[in-house]
Design a protein. Structure first.
Length: 651
């Protein structure tokens, strides 16, 4: 009978190893609580290698909390320990924690340096990445390629090329990164020159070049290169098909799709949505039915494209057929109805969502908020968002400021703005627009000044609000300076709406000649109905009838001009007794089928919103309303010129 004899020392070592693994396993199972300090575990029995193995296992599971707890409990740590923990933070997009650990490293090597370099590069923190790169005692081809890719990602292809040329050794990934950088920046000549020089091309580099041509709209050259590829992967095929679809060349896209040796869900979804966007909804539905596997993303994409095309019935039909829905599905269906004006259906879907397992997120609430028509509805959605924990979300808060303002509650708009924990450019723009819309010009300008002090750079929409505030407040000099600062200080090219604000500002101040000069010298491509309408209004108010006639005739020639230009011109002629000219304008308006859109006013009483058109008698309490006008309001309006108009409507 053979028995294995274990010397006492070997037996003790095996027992100690088993005990150390058991202790380590127990330690990592315990959640980090204050009482963990009282756990009597002989940590000295666990060696660093065993710790690192368990830490690596937790990192593969991306269990940050337990991994960090284990890391903090380790009595000894080596470079592998720190590298493992840093890599976990980088993989879970927690760059600050990774940098904090990196700064405390007792020693480094090229692997951990490159990992942190990659994290900084992907976060577009290129100055810090370059500093780290320059301090690295040892670099490999991976380190160089990371920084080249980082510069290309941020559009700094000059810096990328300078670094690329200095590389002691390059591989296929280095060449591909540089080629892709040139292609994405629209520098196809440089990209192709480098591509042709590549000593070894792989499928990634070929696809990068094809994609570059596609993104620049040069689909023919992309196809020529695609045909020369010795090996293609699914991504190559998808890039080429998407290129055809974006150019509206549906037939060639279908032909390429049908010739594919294999397809994935991305290929099918791209093809289906491309057909739908090209107006081929029948073919899109047929292809969608042929899809061997439809995941929730494919269903969502189909719903989104139907909503974009205004096919609300198809949106509902597809939504009802979905075997599985997520929050994106609900958002797509609700948003599609909102964008197409089906507000009641959107509200019904939202209520249905609240009863479903899928709970709304900030995107859902923002979509529903934009559809609100009264302060009461805005307040209800605001309360729900706060209850669900989205009240402090910046995107939702920005929409809240806009919607409170739009429904007439400027006080709540201001409060919503001040409660924002993080204010971005859209936040400042929203409050500036709100103040300007409500005629609080001084507050709008104060908000603009605060915005600049906070270091936020205004966008074109913010400048419209500021110029509009200057116009209503009669601040001509200030308005001129703001307009001039757009290109000189902020690098913004004035658009038609900015010129319209400037013309309105000058016109209100009686500076009609200067306003005419602005219109005459501005780019003709931006001289739209808003600009000409502002000048026409100024000419009419200040009795510049001849100029008004010229501007008005130019205005009504614009195909997209609505009834406003016709009415302004006809009224300008009528105010000076030129009845034949006024009649001619009205006749032209009728011949072209242009209908005057009646003015509408709204008032919110309690939870209901009431709307009235000019001369409207459809309200169920119309008699009470007109009695109040006659007995209460009109006696207080004796000095108002519109008294006669009110009385004529009443009679």
């Amino acid at each position: 009978m053979n028995t294995r004899y274990s010397p006492p020392l070997a037996l003790a070592r095996r027992r100690r190893r088993r005990r150390s693994h058991l202790h380590l396993h127990l330690l990592t199972l315990i959640q980090p609580k204050p009482t963990i300090r009282h756990v009597h575990t002989d940590l000295s029995l666990i060696n660093v290698r065993t710790f690192n193995q368990r830490l690596s296992s937790l990192c593969r599971q991306r269990n940050v909390e337990q991994a960090r707890f284990l890391f903090d409990q380790m009595p000894q740590k080596d470079l592998v320990t720190h590298s493992t923990m840093i890599n976990l933070y980088l993989k879970t997009n927690n760059l600050p924690q990774a940098l904090s650990l990196f700064a405390r490293l007792p020693e480094r090597n090229v692997v951990v340096d490159s990992a942190v370099l990659d994290g900084l590069s992907k976060a577009c923190r290129l100055p810090e990445a370059r500093q780290l790169f320059d301090r690295m005692p040892e670099r490999n081809v991976y380190s160089w390629t990371i920084l080249v890719s980082g510069y290309c990602r941020t559009g700094e292809v000059g810096q990328a090329r300078e670094l690329f040329d200095r590389m002691p050794v390059r591989n296929a990934y280095s060449w591909t990164a540089m080629v892709l950088g040139y292609a994405r920046s629209g520098m196809l000549g440089e990209a192709r020159e480098l591509f042709d020089r590549m000593p070894e091309k792989n499928v990634v580099s070929w696809t990068a070049m094809v994609r570059g041509y596609v993104e620049c709209g040069r689909v023919g050259e992309a196809r020529e290169l695609f045909n020369r590829m010795g090996h293609r992967n699914l991504y190559s095929w998808n890039v080429m098909i998407l290129g055809y679809l974006e150019e509206g060349r549906v037939g060639e896209a279908v032909e390429l799709f049908e010739s594919m040796p294999e397809r994935n869900v991305v290929t099918w979804t791209s093809m289906v949505t491309g057909l739908a966007r090209s107006g081929e909804m029948g073919k899109a539905r047929e292809l969608f039915g042929r899809m061997p596997v439809k995941d929730v993303a494919a269903w969502n994409a189909m719903i989104v494209v139907c909503a974009e095309e205004g096919l609300v019935n198809e949106v509902r039909e597809l939504f009802d057929l979905m075997p599985e829905r997520n929050v994106v599905s609900w958002n797509a269906a609700i948003g599609g109805n909102v964008r197409n004006g089906f507000r009641e259906e959107a509200s019904r879907l939202f209520i249905e969502m609240l009863r479903s397992p899928s709970k709304p997120n900030e995107a859902t609430l923002t979509t529903v908020l934009v559809a609100a028509e009264s302060t009461f509805e805005v307040t209800e959605i605001h309360g729900l968002a706060t209850l669900l924990g989205f009240g402090s979300d910046t995107s939702f808060g920005n929409a809240l400021v806009t919607m409170y303002s739009r429904t007439g509650d400027l006080g709540s708009a201001r409060l919503a703005f001040e409660e924002l924990m993080v204010k971005d450019v859209v936040s400042w723009t929203s409050i500036i627009q709100a103040y300007s819309y409500h005629g609080c010009c001084a507050f709008a300008l104060q908000a603009f000044a605060r915005m600049l002090r906070c270091g936020a750079k205004p966008d074109g929409v913010a400048m419209v609000g500021v110029l509009s505030a200057c116009s209503h407040a009669g601040l001509v000099s200030k308005g001129r300076k703001v307009f001039e600062s757009m290109s000189r200080v902020y690098g913004l090219e004035p658009q038609a709406e900015h010129y319209a604000c400037l013309v309105d500002l000058l016109g209100r101040a009686g500076l009609v000649t200067e306003a005419e000069g602005v219109v005459r010298t501005m780019p003709s491509s931006k001289r739209d109905e808003c600009v000409l309408g502002a000048l026409l209004g100024a000419c009419r108010v200040h009795d510049k009838i001849e100029a008004a006639g010229e501007v008005g005739e130019e205005l009504i020639k614009l195909e997209q001009a609505g009834s406003g230009g016709y009415v302004l011109l006809a009224n300008a002629y009528a105010s000076r007794g030129r009845w034949s000219d006024a009649a001619r304008v009205r006749k032209t308006m009728k011949e072209k089928g242009v209908e005057k859109v009646p003015g509408v006013s709204s008032i919110e009483v309690g939870t209901r919103r009431h709307s009235f058109y000019v001369g409207d008698r459809s309200h169920p309490r119309v008699l009470e309303i007109y009695v109040m006008l006659d007995e209460v309001l009109l006696p207080h309006m004796k000095d108002v010129k519109l008294l006669q108009s009110f009385q004529s409507v009443h009679t």
